[in-house]
Design a protein around this ligand. Sequence first.
Ligand code: SMG
Ligand code: MG
Length: 379
Amino acid sequence: MSRLAELSPIVLRGFEFRRIALPLVSPFRTSFGTETDRDILLVRALTDGPDGWGECVAGNDPLYSSEYVDAAQHVSVHHLVSRIPIGAPIHAVDVARVLEPVKDHRMAKGAVEAAVLDAQLRANDVSFAAALGAVRDRVPSGVSVGIMDTIDDLVRVVGGYLDDGYVRIKLKIEPGWDIEPVGVIRRTFGDSIPLQVDANTAYTRDDGPHLARLDQFDLLLIEQPLPEDDVTGHAIIAKQVATAICLDESIVSSRAAVDAIERGACRIINIKAGRVGGYLEAVAVHDVCRERGVPVWCGGMLETGIGRAMNLALAALPNFTITGDVSASERFWRRDIVTDPVRLANGHVTVPAGSGSGVIIDHDFLDSVTTSRVVVPQG
Ligand code: SMG
Ligand code: MG
């Protein structure tokens, strides 16, 4: 049972927007581009009690979706936080409604809501997991593997993650990097490895017969083969391939989830809080999927320890029955901005149990990677 309704409100003094620069341990290549460094927007909800922290998952460039980090900060500073009452009692469950008149910008809204929710949960000494309705204290950990220069590189990298203990492998695919690499991984590591692929919208409605060639590899799912606005196209592809279609980019709200399910566009849904406008809407997506018998899993957006901790709370909800992209911090970062980064143990990661997101910010390191800071309203 979720404990959101029982929380006492908090009073905000304002927000801090902080940008940090963090290099990835290795380049991450998808069908839309290669990332080597992240420019991350963090939102801090300032209170007279504990502050709250939210992480915006918008990328450096508008390639995964139309959102990108400069735009997220601009809309947050100029259009979002001015709508949130300062100096008066507020409840995190009201944030989404207050921000609703602003169209889209879900990653920005999600980060603002997460910061307020974290502050409110810390003030109430309630964990994200308890607030969202988690039913597990650890979850199995899957890893997402980028497109490589060579198949030998891919075999080496996947082998390393399996040695680390990851219990599920997701391979990024694109036209020209699909049937062959997936086949080699299946043959090299055997039939028992849980394996899935993610196209990040790289295919077209004509590619059904080609994608059906992946059926021979007994994949858990094919994630987002077509553009995000082509729900009907996914329903067409779903009839041509035996492997389950899973949607990521297309699912921007619980309403979009219901629509995609009812139109037969997917049998599985990837939930990312940032993509749907926050953790509370993410729970709503979870609930509509659960009511319709559609299993979900928790996606990742290369988060630091802040977003990673909140994702783990979400991934512990009952309908998260498929292993998610909830990897250890060291998958992406040499050093995290929290004192106790997510670690892998026996293929699982632990759901934080402390107040709020449960993380403690490593302020010295955070300050050392900070590239800018803005406080609103200016005091
Ligand atoms: O955080 O483990 C992670 C990354 C998982 O592959 C991942 N995310 O479409 O699902 C996805 C991608 C988006 C990454 S944006 C560069
Ligand atoms: Mg995806």
